[in-house]
Design a protein around this ligand. Structure first.
Ligand code: HEC
Length: 148
């Protein structure tokens, strides 16, 4: 390798590093990561999903450990839930629901339905409502324990 090529390579490496540094700054600098305490769903959306949740999910999923009817029920709230899900994006919850719930194969849930069901889960956990329903754009918000 001639020394000229070496300099050229070194030069393009610098440009490349600078480009990456710049794009990271834009990604982290301009938008603050939203969380479930920032009002990422509406009351109407959550209220609208109650019926479906009661029909398709409530059999296996209470919202507190105390409210379990069977030992195997998995609360979608309280410590076990937040231990598992804190700091993960809502989109992971939506994906899990569309792909695996209800886990007895009694029904299927599409993306829109899963988002409404997640809104209901947030409501039952006392998360604040906001101006817009939960949608594909807002499922990047991360799950955090509700403010008490
Ligand atoms: C027949 C029982 C059953 C039904 C009905 C059911 N689930 Fe589940 N769900 C489970 C079990 C068991 C798990 C544990 C993981 C697994 O088996 O996939 C689970 C896990 C979950 C999780 C992850 C919980 C965690 O803490 O990791 C979510 C969220 C969830 N279900 C949502 C739903 C929603 C929403 C519905 C209704 C559309 C639903 N489930 C219906 C049994 C059920």
């Amino acid at each position: 390798m001639g020394s000229k090529t070496g300099i050229l390579l070194a030069g393009s490496f610098v440009v490349w590093v600078a480009a990456i540094a710049a794009s990271t700054t834009v990604a982290t600098g301009s938008t603050v990561q939203k969380t479930t305490n920032d009002g990422v769903y509406t009351k109407a959306q959550a209220d609208g999903a109650k019926k479906q949740f009661d029909k398709m999910c409530a059999d296996c999923h209470p919202f507190t450990v105390e409210a379990r009817k069977k030992p195997k029920d998995i609360p979608l709230g309280d410590e076990p839930f937040f231990d598992t899900w804190s700091d993960r994006p809502l989109s992971e919850l939506v994906t899990l629901i569309t792909l695996t719930m209800p886990n007895d194969g009694s029904a299927t849930v599409n993306d829109a339905e899963a988002m409404d069901l997640v809104a209901y889960v947030l409501q039952q956990n006392g998360m604040p409502t906001g101006p817009n329903p939960l949608s594909k754009d807002s499922t990047s918000a991360t799950i955090v324990r509700p403010k008490k």
